[in-house]
Design a protein. Structure first.
Length: 245
């Protein structure tokens, strides 16, 4: 039996990379995207021969077109898509600039929207789309207004897609991570001290006694991508160690 082929956007570090590594360990073929060649090459060298990397910018529709063409040329069709690429830049509501708004929405929502749309033609029947959102959708945090809106928009989109894409056999489900130890904090512009304080706080207040790791999320993503989830539609798995209980 041929191994399933999965595309992961933003798969060079953090949650995306952990999911790629986990899937490869279960004999999936994985195509990851990254925005820098250096990070992409580093990830592929560690993931091994069942990983394939494509340089792509989720905020660019022409780059998404090229991504789909490259995947189609190399693999024909795919069994699943993990829409993972995203950014977080903290800012108070009053301080949020148009540039920060546009950057966040272009990657987290617009890019995700059109990534799914453009991959429809090469998604098999049946196939799975998994969206990476966040607990910010249902638990408010200061300085996250645009990020929260972008993730809430993704979750709303999931409902509609499950209706519109049903006859194509495409199901859409969601993973909703809590605060997870990953490079996203450093990329957000947070200081090392602020990151340390954040992770210590959530470790101390979590029922599991530690911060969530990307490797905690990977098995949940695999479940939603696999045939084990064939009957699920618009389900959301909250992966936060119980911090929002």
């Amino acid at each position: 039996m041929d191994s399933k082929k999965i595309v992961i956007t933003g798969g060079t570090t953090g949650i995306g990379y952990a999911c790629a590594e986990y899937l490869i360990g279960l004999n999936y073929q994985v195509i990851i995207t990254g925005r820098t060649q250096e990070n992409l090459d580093r990830a592929i060298s560690k993931l091994g021969h069942q990983a394939f990397g494509i340089l792509s910018d989720t905020s660019s529709l022409s780059a998404i077109d090229d991504l789909v063409l490259n995947v189609k040329k190399e693999f024909g069709t795919i069994d699943g898509l993990f829409v993972n690429a995203g950014i977080f830049k903290g800012s108070s509501f009053e301080s949020t600039s148009e540039a920060l708004f546009d950057d966040t929405m272009n990657i987290n929502f617009k890019g995700a929207f059109f990534t799914i749309q453009k991959f429809i033609s090469i998604l098999k029947n049946p196939s799975s789309v998994v969206l990476n959102t966040s607990i910010v959708v249902f638990k408010a945090f200061a300085n996250t207004s645009v990020y929260t809106a972008s993730k809430a928009a993704l979750e709303s989109l999931s409902q509609v897609l499950n209706i519109e894409l049903a006859d194509r056999g495409i199901r859409v489900n969601v993973v909703s991570p809590g605060v997870t130890e990953s490079p996203i904090q450093k990329k957000s512009g947070m200081t090392d001290e602020a990151i340390s304080n954040l992770l210590e706080h959530f470790s101390a207040t979590s029922p599991i006694g530690r911060i969530v790791q990307p490797t905690d999320i990977a098995p949940m993503v695999e479940f939603l991508l696999s045939d084990k989830s064939l009957v699920l539609r618009n389900e959301k798995i909250v992966i936060d160690g119980g911090t929002t209980l």
